[in-house]
Design a protein around this ligand. Sequence first.
Ligand SMILES: NC(=O)c1ccc[n+]([C@@H]2O[C@H](COP(=O)([O-])OP(=O)(O)OC[C@H]3O[C@@H](n4cnc5c(N)ncnc54)[C@H](OP(=O)(O)O)[C@@H]3O)[C@@H](O)[C@H]2O)c1
Length: 284
Amino acid sequence: MDFADKTALVTGANSGLGRAVAQALAAGGATVLMVVRDPGRGEAARAAIETATGNPAVHLLVADLVAQAEVRRLAAEVSARWPRLHLLVNNAGTAYPSRRLSPDGVECTLAVNHLAPFLLTNLLLEQLRAAAPARIVNVGTRINYAMELGDLSWQGRRYRMMRAYVESKLGMLHFTRELARRLRGSGVTVNCVFPGVFNSNLGGTDGAQGLFWKSVSLLLGWALATPEQAAERVMYLLGAPELADVSGEYFGDRRIISMPAQVEEQAANARLWEISARLTDLDD
Ligand SMILES: NC(=O)c1ccc[n+]([C@@H]2O[C@H](COP(=O)([O-])OP(=O)(O)OC[C@H]3O[C@@H](n4cnc5c(N)ncnc54)[C@H](OP(=O)(O)O)[C@@H]3O)[C@@H](O)[C@H]2O)c1
């Protein structure tokens, strides 16, 4: 796919799906902004992508997305250096094995998987509108449990890692629907993708992968898809000409899949938006 003259930002770009997407965008000629939290691992990935693709316009931006101050600093840096942003891929994701609070006092899995993309996207809307036609792709997952909107930070219920992960990922779907509604007519589309199940380090850095999961992925890794195969789904959403006006949808492998019932209720999408804006101090 040809992405020459496009500027694309990918979060979680040093590993797994994000890295594969960053490399495919670089191969297509885009200016690629790789957001990572670890400068050492990030620079190793950036240099490897630059070497593999011969594209010198691959930039590293360091931000730990668990902290809203870092998200705001990242957005300010992007706005100052790249006033037009054509493609935004909200890919970074993780799971924390036990309940932990972020510097902003919210549960960390929710902070990284839902509130960070919510805040970052909102802070970059001006740059996306300026680049229209522009596309946003949010990375979701297929198993989705209803979010406990009254207790998003797990104060009054026993924390369970998988439940926290899938609830936070449902946030991506609510967010996609509501943002698409708000962006109607702007030339900026937003869709969510289920990338399939593939071999990666998901949650590993935050201690979520115990010995059991590490062994499973070592033994069965060959049977799972690769991040590069998963990236094809994202690249389709970023580049397919037939999707120019498609927004607010959930995609599997190049086709629309059904949204969970809760996301079909506009009131629930609006309610999560309002809570997220409050939790991120976003003027809405
Ligand atoms: N693997 C699957 O089967 C699967 C299935 C459905 C959906 N997904 C989704 O696919 C996306 C990519 O995951 P993956 O499987 O490719 O796993 P991965 O290799 O661990 O990639 C996740 C990326 O997110 C980054 N990240 C995590 N927390 C961060 C933070 N606080 N600040 C900045 N970056 C942070 C990670 O950085 P570090 O390297 O520093 O940890 C890493 O670059 C995630 O949203 C995941 O939920 C994956």
